[in-house]
Design a binder for this molecule. Structure first.
Ligand code: KG4
Length: 337
């Protein structure tokens, strides 16, 4: 039996969790800084780092006691060490190092996006690699070949903006909140998704690659043009049309990836995986293709530490522990771990 204390601080959520044997979440806490950053319309890196410093020790302490354990019953410390806002990631890495040293425990570095993929193991105890995973968050849009728990390759991805970034930018211009994915999703309910014709770009010569900058520009132009003409935009229909365009970029490509690999299993990961339109379209597409679909519960889609504890267990089993000179990285190839 292995109890891992996991730490996540790569962006604007400080999180701590205790996970048993890679699958069972004993406790999970997320302290969001959203209110603070909303004032500025985006994450302010220095504020994020400082808020992590304030929150992290108390959160870790709470995660251990709510798991029904003492810190002496922990078996390892896992931490997100890349990618993210560098000052923010450094806070988590340094805390985890201190905890591992004080308790004389192994230190397990976890790639944030690998953690998002592992969120599926919490919801689906029967899911095992190999499978294809669509990773869609604020900073990442990629289709992954998850060959084993720790051996992964990128099959395709965005050539420019991430899908979540595109949701956030458009929502900001519409003034409907930050981060914008969830409000856009809510607004889209009841809208006519065919009312606005938004582009779904193709990347020639790269069947599984995507591009979102054209969709972002077309959306912003449409919003500005209607403002200039004094015409009111039908907001629910615009949000629904936008959701359709994003979904039409993502869903056919992940279905193609499943066909190419022959795995017959598709998982989804990251904050944008909570999107109702994308989830529904994936369900419909998989019902047609015969692929088995694994969707993480919405509460595990956004940033959390439980997913880091899950992936940390498998990284540990593969012998991936860190020495005391572990550093944090703003960017890092997911295939390298
Ligand atoms: O995974 P996440 O919490 O953080 C990163 O690792 O980036 O993802 C955050 C992103 C944001 O861009 C947010 O707007 C988006 O996920 N998001 C959504 C929804 N909920 C969160 N996008 C579309 N629909 C949603 N329901």
């Amino acid at each position: 039996m292995m109890n891992i204390l996991a730490i996540e601080s790569s962006c604007d959520d400080t999180a701590a969790a205790v996970v048993r044997d890679g699958r069972t979440v004993l406790s999970s806490h997320v302290s969001s800084q959203i209110e603070m950053h909303t004032i500025y319309g985006g994450v302010v890196p220095e504020i994020a780092s400082r808020k992590h410093v304030e929150a992290i020790s108390g959160l870790a302490d709470r995660a251990v006691s709510e798991a029904g354990l003492t810190k002496f019953q922990l078996d390892a410390i896992a931490v997100t060490y890349a990618p993210g806002l560098i000052g923010a990631v450094l806070v988590g890495v340094n805390f985890a190092k201190g905890a591992a040293m004080a308790l004389d425990l192994p230190l397990i570095p976890v790639h944030h996006v690998r953690g998002h993929i592992a969120a599926n193991y919490i919801t689906h105890p029967d899911l095992e690699p190999p499978f294809v995973c669509l990773c869609v968050s604020g900073g990442t849009t990629a289709i992954m070949d998850v060959r084993t728990y720790t051996d992964m390759a990128v099959l395709g991805g965005t050539q420019d903006d991430a899908a979540g970034e595109c949701f956030d930018k458009v929502a900001r211009v519409l003034g409907i909140g930050y981060p914008g994915g969830a409000p856009m999703d809510k607004l889209a309910q009841g809208g006519d998704d065919t009312k606005y014709d938004l582009p779904v770009p193709h990347v020639s010569g790269a069947e599984l690659d995507m591009s979102f900058s054209g969709l972002k520009t077309a959306s912003l132009n449409l919003i500005h043009n209607s403002e200039q003409k004094g015409e009111a935009l039908d907001l629910p229909s615009f949000a629904a049309s936008f959701g359709r365009a994003v979904s039409n970029s993502l869903v056919p490509r992940v279905i193609s990836a499943a066909k190419m690999t022959g795995y017959g299993k598709i998982a989804v990961a990251g904050g944008v995986a909570a999107n109702r339109r994308i989830r529904a379209d994936l369900q419909a597409a998989c019902a047609q293709s015969g692929d088995r679909l694994f969707l993480p519960e919405p509460r595990w889609c956004g940033d959390n530490a439980a997913m880091i504890g899950c992936q940390g267990f498998y990284e540990f089993q593969a012998g991936h522990t860190a020495s005391w000179d572990l550093n944090a990285y703003a960017t890092r190839d997911i295939a390298l771990g």
